[in-house]
Each structure stands twice: as C-alpha cells, then as structure tokens.
Design a protein around this ligand. Structure first.
Ligand SMILES: [Zn+2]
Length: 248
C-alpha cells in the first residue's frame, strides 16, 4: 500500500456499504478521482470533510480498487452557501458542471482554481459579485478549459469579423451564419467586450466587468446554452435555478 496526498473538493458523495461513502473529488494533483471514505455516514461532525463543497488536503492510500481516505485536513466548507437558496443552487450547478472534467485530465489545478475562486465569491455576499455573474464566468471559463474556447471577434469558419453567435458553432460572420442554417443570434459589441475580458483575465479580476442589464442577459443566455450544446448535457441543477427565478 502506498500513501499519497491530494488537495481536492468533494463534488459528489454517494452512500457506500453500511456507513461509508464514495466521494468524487476534483483534485489539483490528479484531476477528477473517486475515493472511499470509511464510516463517514456514522459520525456527522467528523464526516464534514466528506460533504459536497468541502475542500481538504487528503491523505489517500492506494491498494486494490479505489483509493481509501486515511485522513482529511478540512480547509474550507463554503458555509455561506447554506444561508442563501439561490447561491446554494448555483453552487450545486457549478459542482454538476465540474463532474464533466474528463478522465484524461491528470492535472486538475486550473479547473480546481476556477471552482474554488467561484465558490469563494458565491459564498460571500460581501464580495459584491452577483451569483449570476459567477455562474456566467464559470460557464465560459470551464468551456475554455475543456477545449471549447471562443474568440468573440473572429468567425470560427472563415476568420472574418464575427457578427453572430450560434450555440452549436460559436461565433460566425454574416455569410457563414446564413449558409449554416443554424439558429443564430446577433452579438453586440458589449457582449464581445465582456467575453474578451472574462476569457483573457485570470483569477478574481475576471468576475469584475460592467455592462447593461440587457447585454448581461444576452451574455448569460449565450454562455449557458453554449456550455449545454458543447457538453451535450442537460444540467439538473439548472432546472432548479430557472424555477426559482420564475418565482421572483
Ligand atoms: Zn465566416
């Protein structure tokens, strides 16, 4: 048996045997991995590290089958999310998206940094960043890290100036857009500018940008539908978010 350390956040916890759980972790060192946490469903308090959103340094032991958790040094629980239903729902959506990190990703540090930064801002109202902005930035940056990056200025097909957006194709010029018969949307310069800022800025600065409510509405529809189309996924948490929105 060999012990090794990872820094990771729990994306999902599934019951396993009588009192244990299988945790899906997003780690800096090994990307997305599944590990067994023994006995965590018996003792609520000491099992806090095994809850979704908990971020810890884990010591894991590899034998046959899944690695087993030997110890966990809990660093952050993003507790603030539990105090606001909207923020919690978006947090759950970010975890659901993160479950799509590919098995081939062996260095998860960029994905992990993006998730930790986003949850940090989401769990602290005093950050002044709205949950909707965190959601949009996460969608766009996650898509880019997964190989679905976009250049909002240039037509994906021919390299001319982009004027339209298609959920499936990305940005297109007028000619290519009409040839493709895809459902297309005109894209404003405000949306292009914000997109460029988000994709070219690292860390917390990428969540700070100003635009009108209307333009932000376009940007957030675009980022949500684009991620959905590229990953071919209907996110369960998203249905819950839109239901909540319509109750307001
Ligand atoms: Zn074109």
């Amino acid at each position: 048996m060999k012990d090794f350390k990872v820094n990771g956040i729990v994306l999902r916890a599934a019951p396993f045997k009588e009192s244990s759980a299988v945790l899906t972790l997003l780690t800096a060192e090994r990307g997305k991995i599944a590990v067994v946490a023994q006995g965590v469903r018996k003792v609520k308090k000491s099992g806090l590290f095994a809850q979704p959103f908990s971020y810890s340094e884990f010591v894991l032991s590899q034998s046959k089958g899944l690695p087993v958790c030997r110890s966990a040094d809990l660093k952050e629980t993003f507790y603030g999310l539990r105090e606001d239903m909207d923020r919690l729902a978006i947090g759950q959506y970010l975890l659901e998206i993160s479950l799509l990190v590919g098995e081939d990703v062996t260095d998860g540090s960029d994905f992990l940094k993006l998730l930790l930064n986003s949850l940090y801002l989401l769990s602290r109202k005093e950050s002044g960043i709205s949950p909707a902005v965190v959601k949009t930035v996460y969608e766009l940056k996650f898509a880019a890290l997964s190989g679905y990056g976009v250049d909002p200025e240039i037509c994906t097909d021919c390299g001319k100036t982009a004027e339209y957006w298609s959920f499936e194709e990305g940005f297109l010029c007028g000619n290519c857009a009409t040839e493709k018969f895809a459902v297309i949307h005109p894209v404003s310069s405000a949306v292009k500018k914000a997109l460029t800022h988000i994709l070219s800025t690292d860390g917390k600065g990428s969540y700070s940008f100003k635009m009108s409510e209307k333009a932000f509405g376009d940007l957030s529809t675009l980022s949500e539908k684009y991620l959905e189309a590229k990953t071919e996924t209907r996110f369960r948490a998203l249905e819950f978010i839109s239901k909540m929105g319509s109750n307001e």
